[in-house]
Design a protein around this ligand. Structure first.
Ligand code: OSB
Ligand code: MG
Length: 368
């Protein structure tokens, strides 16, 4: 397909709640949306870079620059045989994975739509529904934490993940575990601890967590392997895994026994599939993480989670948990912790251009 035009939009959608982690707080979802146009079809990708470089070194501004100056020009006016062809063209662009992943996702959606098949099926996905959990931000008190868990358990989520940080860890988990003795429960520290301050993490072994997500530095593997030797609870890595080669290194070092996979963090579906192979070869379970995505990114996450290696519930909660109004229809909505996989072409949801226009702050049209 000849890529005729790419439209880059800066979009802002109000969030229904403030989301606090050990690295910061978000009150609105501001992101770049990529639309790739060819032969009357539009493919959509969402860039998961945030406003500031606090989860990842990439930001919305750095992604806009990488996309408009280096990545989009690689495809404009070019006749691409398929979406993986972009992966090869973009190989010489280092890092900037969220920017790369957003364009790659738009192209994957575009090609699948033109073929009239669902992206999930195209990738080799095997599920018609995916099991989902929910990621709960830091609350001001232990009581508010338990109450928030209670509300989400009542909504049927299959696993609850609670954010922790030094000073808000063992007390939160102990209270949640006491109220919900059998709940599949995990914690995410977003890199807030060090080997020296890991005492509370060792204490968490008493609460039967499924795993502890990214306890140490965002680029570390070696200290995670050391920490794993002190814990009976498995470690799951998020920030530290940017590629299949990171995943292979982490697994062989013993730095993790579970992997959180995010399409944007690893630079697109090509890398997701390579991580999927690495994990399958060593029997490491995967799950699909989230970045508070709009319906477009959420639909991509659903496609990712249909792959057979994604055996643990991910963070792709219902669109209505985050937003009063979404830019796609049908909205991705889970019932009883099961998110249906749309069967239509591409990501299986349609962008509502009228709603999108209301949430769009800036539009950059890049014609061939
Ligand atoms: O660490 O998984 C994370 C959100 C933004 C940045 C990092 C993370 C998260 C979440 C939220 O945990 C997951 C979601 O509900 O989309
Ligand atoms: Mg995480």
């Amino acid at each position: 397909m000849r890529i005729e035009k790419v439209v880059l939009r800066l979009v802002e959608m109000p969030l229904k709640f403030r989301f606090r982690t050990s690295f910061g707080e978000t009150a609105a979802k501001r992101f770049l949306l990529v639309e790739a146009v060819s032969e009357g079809f539009s493919g959509w990708g969402e860039c998961v870079a945030e406003d500031g470089p606090f989860y990842s070194p990439e930001t919305t501004d750095s992604a806009r620059s990488a996309l408009s100056r280096f990545l989009i020009p690689l495809v404009l006016g070019r006749d691409l045989a398929d979406a993986p062809a972009f992966d090869r063209l973009a190989e010489r662009v280092r890092g900037n994975r969220m920017a790369k992943g957003a364009l790659e996702a738009a192209l994957r959606d575009l090609f699948a739509r033109a073929d009239g098949v669902s992206l999930a099926r195209n990738l080799g996905g095997t599920r018609t529904a995916i099991e989902v959990g929910v990621s709960l931000g830091l609350q001001p008190t232990v009581e508010a934490t338990v109450e928030n868990v209670r509300r989400h358990v009542a909504q049927g989520y299959r696993r609850i993940k609670v954010k922790i940080e030094p000073g808000s860890d063992v007390d939160r988990v102990a209270a949640v575990r006491e109220a919900f003795p059998d709940l599949p429960l995990t914690v995410d520290a977003n890199a807030a601890y060090t080997l020296e301050t890991a005492g509370p993490l060792v204490a968490l072994d008493a609460f039967g967590l499924d795993y502890i997500e990214q306890p140490l530095h965002h680029e570390d593997l070696v200290d995670h392997a050391r920490l794993a030797g002190r814990l009976s609870t498995p470690i799951c890595l998020d920030e530290s895994i940017r590629s299949a080669s990171d995943a292979a290194a982490a697994i062989s070092l013993g730095a993790c026994r579970v992997l959180n996979v995010k399409l944007g963090r690893v630079g697109g579906y090509g890398e997701v599939l390579r991580i999927h192979e690495v994990a399958a070869a060593s029997g490491v379970p995967l799950w699909c993480g989230g970045m508070l995505e709009s319906g477009v990114g959420r639909a991509h996450n659903i496609a990712v989670a249909t792959l057979p290696g994604f055996t643990k519930p991910g963070d792709t909660a219902s669109s209505s948990r985050y937003f009063d109004e979404d830019i796609v229809e049908p909205r991705p909505e889970a019932a009883d912790g099961l998110m249906p996989v749309p069967g239509g072409p591409g990501i299986g949801v349609e962008v509502r251009r009228d709603v999108l226009a209301r949430f769009t702050l800036e539009t950059l049209e890049l014609p061939a």
